[in-house]
Design a protein around this ligand. Structure first.
Ligand code: FAD
Length: 289
């Protein structure tokens, strides 16, 4: 069996304190030798410049390939083209291509769906970029049915996506079922599970409500109780155990790798990588704050 692919996702820092955290995590996680590190694109394209800077920062300081996320939420097609030109001219080879979250005040994008942006990139940039797209084992909140969701996923692959990263989930069964359905529909690209470490309750619950990911009650009730009691140690230890077991099940069942949503923190992803034996320095990492 080939070595599992490892990647980490960051968001672009917006102040000095966040920049320090980002850079510390960047270095600790880069030491594991991931395939790439990606940087999100703010809702409505709000972090366009900061995403670009964070990507350049990763590329300059780590030697790990950096992959910007890019979404349809831009003012116009020229700004998307300028951004893609900049990425191409700065040696970026991999993109995560999305429809994008809408900004909180509403708004729409240059394209209605990610498939249109994938098509645009292939039409104007050929095979210059390796393209990852998003997919949803527990279904995208706007999708009419799981079947139409798979059809829309397939359309992105037919338009030229090389691989996919899933929304996070806590049930291995939902991933395996989704991969089976995608394969039956003719989707043959790698589908890498996106994994969210469990480090708190309220943030995770809020985000899960927004993106439609389910936190099973047996997990939710425990971490909620520990958070209310201020018992961070128990919450983290439990989260680490649950997510390690989930990742092990996924990798044992044939998942091609793991993409960690780091939220710019390194402690939890490092511990998970160490438990799973993922990444070149994982075995040596201990007790990083
Ligand atoms: P699409 O593939 O366009 O799908 C959106 C919805 O439209 C789905 O319900 C789909 O079934 C439906 N659909 C697709 N095509 C059609 C069609 N032709 N007709 C009718 N319905 C259709 N958001 C950000 O803003 N910035 C980020 O950096 C970011 N990074 C992400 C990274 C990952 C790995 C994931 C999983 C999500 C990320 N998101 C990000 C969130 C993402 O933008 C949202 O989930 C968004 O709502 C959908 O994006 P998509 O690319 O999957 O859209």
């Amino acid at each position: 069996m080939s070595k599992p692919q490892l990647s980490f996702e960051f968001f672009p820092p917006k102040n000095e304190k966040q920049q320090e955290t980002f850079e510390r995590s960047r270095d600790r996680l880069a030491a594991l030798g991931p395939e790439y590190m990606s940087v999100t694109f703010g809702a409505g394209g709000s972090t366009r410049t900061r995403t670009f800077e964070a990507v350049r920062n990763i590329a300059e300081h780590t030697g790990v390939p950096a992959a910007p996320h890019i979404s349809c939420m831009s003012e116009d097609i020229d700004s998307i083209r300028d951004l893609l030109d900049d990425y191409r001219d700065n040696g970026i080879e991999r993109l995560v291509v999305l429809r994008g979250d809408r900004p909180s005040g509403g708004g729409s994008g240059v394209f209605d769906y990610a498939v249109d942006l994938v098509r645009f990139i292939r039409e104007h940039y050929g095979d210059r970029f390796h393209i990852e797209v998003a997919c949803y084992p527990e279904h995208h909140p706007e999708s009419k049915t799981p079947i139409t969701d798979i059809e829309h996923f397939r359309a992105k692959v037919e338009a030229g996506a090389d691989g996919a990263i899933t929304q996070y989930f806590f049930s291995a069964e939902s991933y395996f079922r989704f991969v089976d359905d995608a394969r039956s529909a003719g989707v043959d690209v790698p589908i890498v599970p996106g994994i969210m470490p469990i480090t708190n309750y309220s943030g995770l619950a809020r985000f899960s409500r927004m993106c439609g990911a389910e936190i099973p009650l047996w997990i939710a009730k425990r971490i909620e109780a520990w958070e209310e009691a201020g018992d961070k140690a128990s919450l983290r230890a439990f989260g680490e155990e649950v997510v390690t077991r989930l990742c092990r099940q996924l990798l044992d069942g044939g998942a091609p790798g793991i993409h960690f949503y780091t939220l710019n923190q390194s402690k939890a992803p490092l511990a998970l990588c160490r438990n799973l034996g993922l990444g070149k320095a994982a075995a040596g990492e201990r007790d990083i704050a």
